[in-house]
Design a protein around this ligand. Structure first.
Ligand code: ADP
Length: 669
């Protein structure tokens, strides 16, 4: 076994590989760019080598720099993770030339699967079922169109060099064909420098089912069952699960053996994934083979009890596979949800920013969080905006799905927009619970996944208002319990105001809309009742809070909801999705405004460019005092009022953290 390996990657996968290496007593070398100088993967590794600027083409993608880092530190092998150089045949060759083991398949296997057309030709020869189509060398448009006409529409055009859904076009009829072909070729040429196309029958309701395979250097091969990755947005996976719902033992064995046949056809070694489309009638077709560890490998680990990175390290160091096929068993069910910094309501546009607050759910034998970031880290424009992979396991699909919903409820992120609500909506959608899966799931269920949040505010707003009142009472009762004078009138929570009766009137921000609510408190014998008036409707309510559960009765309707407290921004989770709410706190708003007025703090991490006035010099209101640069933009810090700067705490050229106080300012009285 190796004594030291280098991980040519970043983020969660670098951390994931380091964990297993550490468990096996192997030293690790991380690599990093400017943006990642203090990243989690760097702090976890035993050593780390700087590669270059933040842009990956100047750091993580520069093969020579990575090889040199391995040579310099004496790493005997390189784990490429996924993405970056993981499927780069040239990099794999360079490793061999420098006597470094590439923890992955042989060069020939990467090359064979590099082109979708060439891969299909190989698989055809190996009798692996293919989606009907044309993947020949003759690229004349007439030939390609003839193939499409012969198999009948709809068809799917794909770039042979494609990936990430680029150079792909659905064609629904003969007369759309020429334009679609020209468009797909253009896109492929600009993305991959190659416009070789293939055409396939377009399956209208397939599932994406992939098989995890493993081969060693002694001719042994096994499959570690399947993963269902049908839930996709823009042909990218969102939630994956294992095993695939409804999979029969016979079909599993058939697909598994086909996958092994595919791997053996290209002399495979190590971890690989054979992707299939599974049609409604149970037919399955080879789509492509990914010659690396997949993002979604943890669901396979959870149901098989195996550590796939350990397997990779063993195979790469020339050990036989740890298990034979008949020793592998499926245990329970696992889901993986990819937590992204992105805005599902804006076409899943990636988001960036500082993770000002980050609290993942507690890890246990049921819940695993694979991540590469900590609170305070930046999701930057340079890399994939994935925050974490949330993986859950339980003994069956229903229980595992409940765990998924619960863990999503517990995931707290502030500072960047995330897809957590969207994932929660997905996990709670009835068709998903029923496992009605196909690759069009998200498009088909837009109404459930992107609910019109304004419609049901009439139902949700009173519950939110009731919660806020109960929470305030609970907080006050807790404060009283811990004070010296529990009976002090200052701890009363019944909103008593002179001449106003027992009424709370406040504003609630609910799904980004602000509404005024009025809650009257009525004491009947020993019970407190509330009359909640919101959106012109008055409701009779009662309720209490235990931990994060709200037990409420609204007009005779008893209900339970989970409330997440994300620093006084609350989320109400119910069967039909998430509602976000908070109480408008005028005192806090005023305080923010006041402190902003005198806040001479750095707005974000950056560098001081220039000090524009001398200490103890009189300045006017709004006079520029200091310039700093952050995120390639200059920010001017101005005098909040007339006064003097007693002292600057930094000089030009100094680095400052966001929030640091920059200078001591004294305003004229
Ligand atoms: P890429 O390499 O660009 O990601 P793939 O060939 O892996 O492209 O396909 C991505 C997704 O596109 C699949 O998971 C599936 O949802 C869809 N897809 C691919 N081929 C077909 C087909 N013939 N019919 C229907 N859907 C397809």
């Amino acid at each position: 076994m190796f004594s030291k390996i280098l991980i040519a990657n970043r983020g969660e996968i670098a951390c994931r590989v380091i964990k297993t290496a550490r468990k096996m007593g192997i030293s690790t070398v991380a690599v990093y760019s400017d943006a990642d100088a203090n990243a989690l993967h760097v702090t976890m590794a035993d050593e780390a080598i700087y590669l270059g600027p933040s842009a990956s083409k100047e750091s993580y993608l520069v093969a020579e720099k990575v090889i040199n880092a391995a040579l310099k530190t004496g790493a005997q092998a390189i784990h490429p993770g996924y993405g970056f150089l993981s499927e780069n045949a040239e990099f794999c060759r360079m490793c061999a030339d420098n006597n470094i083991v590439f923890i992955g398949p042989p060069v020939g296997a990467i090359e064979a699967m590099g082109s979708k057309s060439a891969a299909k030709t190989i698989m055809e020869k190996a009798n692996v079922p293919l989606v009907p189509g044309y993947h020949g060398d003759d690229q004349s448009p007439i030939i390609i169109k003839q193939a499409a006409d012969d198999m009948g529409y709809p068809v799917l055009l794909k770039a042979a060099a494609g990936g990430g859904g680029k150079g792909m076009r659905q064609v629904w009829s003969e007369n759309e064909f020429d334009e679609a072909l020209a468009g797909a070729k253009r896109e492929s040429l600009s993305s991959f420098g190659d416009d070789h196309m293939l055409v396939e029958k377009y399956l209208t309701k397939p599932r994406h089912v992939e098989i995890q395979v493993f081969c060693d250097n002694f001719g042994n091969a096994v499959y570690l069952f399947e993963r269902d990755c049908s839930v996709q947005r823009r042909h990218q996976k969102v939630i994956e699960e294992a095993p695939a719902p409804g999979m029969s033992e016979a079909l599993r064995a058939q697909m598994g053996e086909s996958a092994i046949k595919s791997a053996q056809a290209i002399g495979y070694q190590g971890a690989g994934t054979v992707e299939f489309l599974l049609d409604e009638d149970g037919s399955f077709y080879f789509m492509e083979m990914n010659t690396r560890l997949q993002v979604e490998h943890p669901v396979t680990e959870m149901i098989s009890g195996q550590d796939l990175v350990e397997w990779q390290l063993r195979v790469a160091s020339n050990e036989p596979l740890p298990c034979a096929q008949d020793e592998l068993k499926i245990n329970g069910h696992a889901f993986e949800a990819r937590i992204y910094a992105e805005d599902p309501n804006n076409d899943f546009l990636p988001a960036t920013g500082k993770l000002t607050y980050l609290l993942p759910p507690q890890e246990s034998e049921h819940v695993r969080v694979d991540t590469g970031v900590r609170q305070g880290d930046e999701v930057s424009v340079f890399y994939d905006p994935m925050i974490a992979k949330l993986i859950v396991w339980d003994e069956n699909r229903e229980k595992a799905l409940q765990r998924l919903s619960k863990s999503l409820m517990e995931y707290r992120v502030k500072g960047v927009t995330t897809n957590i609500d969207f994932l929660y909506n997905l996990a709670s959608a009835q068709p998903f619970k029923n496992a009605e899966l196909d690759t069009g799931f998200i498009e088909k269920h837009q109404d459930l996944l992107f609910p019109d949040t304004t419609v049901d505010l009439k139902e949700k707003l009173p519950i939110c208002a009731l919660y806020l009142v109960l929470k305030q009472a609970q907080d006050a009762a807790n404060a009283a319990k811990h004070s010296n004078d529990p009976n002090s009138p200052w701890h009363t929570t019944n909103a008593w105001r002179a001449n106003e009766g027992n009424v709370h009137r406040f504003e609630v921000v609910c799904n980004e809309q602000t509404h005024c609510v009025e809650v009257s408190q009525i004491q009947r014998s020993n019970e407190t009742h509330y009359q909640v008036k919101a959106l012109g409707i008055t409701r009779q309510c009662q309720g209490h809070i235990i931990n994060d559960q709200l037990f409420a009765v609204v007009d005779g309707h008893r209900m339970t909801a989970t409330i997440a407290d994300n620093q006084q921004q609350y989320s109400l989770f119910s069967q039909d999705g998430v509602t976000h709410f908070s109480k408008v706190d005028y005192a806090q708003a005023q305080q923010d405004e006041d402190s902003n007025e005198n806040a001479l703090t750095a707005p974000m991490n950056g560098t001081i460019i220039d000090l524009l006035v001398d200490a103890e010099q009189a300045v006017e209101k709004d006079q520029p005092l200091l310039i700093m640069e952050a995120m390639k933009m200059e920010h001017t810090i101005r005098a909040p009022q007339a006064g003097i700067v007693n002292e600057f705490y930094y000089q030009a050229g100094d680095l400052v953290d966001g929030g640091s106080v920059l200078l001591d300012f004294k305003g004229d009285a």
